[in-house]
Design a protein around this ligand. Structure first.
Ligand code: SAH
Length: 346
């Protein structure tokens, strides 16, 4: 029976060094291969020209180099690009390039489907198939970086983990991908330009703080009233606002990094003064800002974006309490590339 070859990109640099020693070669070959795999993006062992023919053949006999493939690419009339990305086992995830005047942002997926059950999100309707590997997350960023150069003539400037999936339910692989994205042997990007968005998994937020990560944290809050949050984000029964608050206080104490709360305002759900007061109250626990996100309708019509009047009321109340607030307009809506619309529809 043929042995199944292992994906060489699952090996750390240290493991590659040990592999070369184990076959009687020199450890530094491990560094060379690591560089080929990550900063040079080699797709075959043949390309690794500073290795001998025998070494390349040996690697080829033992390993594969898995890569994602951009299966289809859709362009919105606002410049947003959505990639459907095929993984080595045929599953598909989506990632998005969002250009603005001052920056180009990659929005990447961390899971195939999602572990959570937010009622307003299209991805939640897909069941979670599996976690993405670090290389699959890294490759989405590389693909968007190339498209940014090709179509917008400038490099990628920011990354947000706001695509499909809950990144803190795939903690280890997400952190490993960020390690590679920020390391000089990878893309050398500053962690300050990376934002991880979570629906709020308290234990994992504390772990981020303990691991002293340098990237930014955003939390999808949507309601600061426990019963209401449970209705729209049922997993919040297990991850309560009290626990979330405590984890965010811990995060801030350790990192001194401000939190962003993402918040959509819907008719009849969180459009009253009581909702506003609860949000203002919650914002006082930890230094933060609020990002009011425009709702992107998914098919079933249970949720409707509240009027500008209600949004203005939110803004006035937050500003009066000196809580910075921004409004995020949707991008790429015409191609289902906006927040919460990623659902492999094509
Ligand atoms: N699981 C993570 C990251 C993915 S979602 C998280 O929940 O943060 C990225 C953002 O889009 C989240 O803030 C999410 O609440 C928001 N979102 C989901 N569905 C949406 C929709 N239909 N319209 C607008 N925003 C939505």
């Amino acid at each position: 029976m043929a042995t199944i070859k292992k994906d060489i990109r699952a090996l750390s640099k240290e493991e590659l060094r040990v592999f070369f020693e184990s076959i009687g070669d020199q450890a530094f070959r491990g560094n060379q291969v690591y560089e080929w795999l990550w900063s040079k993006g080699a797709h075959t062992f043949e390309e690794m020209t500073n290795l001998s023919k025998e070494t390349r053949a040996h690697l080829d006999a033992h390993f594969v180099i898995n890569h994602i493939e951009v299966d289809s690419l859709q362009k919105s009339n606002d410049g947003t690009i959505k990639n459907a990305v095929k993984l080595h086992d045929g599953l598909i995830v989506e990632s998005v390039l969002i250009p603005t005047e001052s920056r180009t942002t990659a929005c990447v997926s961390s899971q195939v489907g999602c572990s959570l059950d937010c009622k307003f999100c299209a991805t939640a309707k897909l069941k979670r198939m599996r976690n993405l590997n670090p290389d699959e997350i890294y490759d989405q960023v590389v693909a968007i970086h190339k498209e940014s150069l090709l179509y917008h003539d400038r490099p990628l400037s920011n990354i947000v983990f706001m695509g499909m999936g809950e990144p803190l339910m795939n903690y280890k692989n997400v952190l490993e991908s960020i390690e590679k994205i920020t390391s000089d042997e990878g893309l050398g990007m500053s962690p300050k330009r990376i934002t991880l968005s979570t629906s709020g998994v308290p234990k994992m937020i504390k772990k981020l703080a303990d691991d002293a990560v340098k990237f930014k944290l955003a939390v999808s809050l949507h309601s600061a009233i426990q019963e209401k949050r449970e209705q729209i984000m049922p997993f919040a029964k297990s991850f309560t606002l009290t626990d979330l608050r405590e984890s965010l206080e811990y995060w801030y104490a350790q990192t001194k990094s401000k939190i962003t709360y993402e918040y959509v305002v819907w008719n009849g759900i969180n459009d009253t003064q009581e909702d506003i007061d609860a949000l203002v109250g919650f914002c006082k626990y930890v230094p933060c800002k609020v990002n009011l996100i425009e709702y992107n309708p998914i098919d079933d019509g249970d949720f409707q974006q509240a009027s500008q009047g209600i949004l203005d009321r939110y803004i006035q109340n937050l500003e009066r309490n000196r809580i910075p607030v921004t409004v995020r307009r949707s991008r790429g809506k015409d191609i289902d590339a906006a927040c919460g619309q990623l659902a492999n529809k094509h």
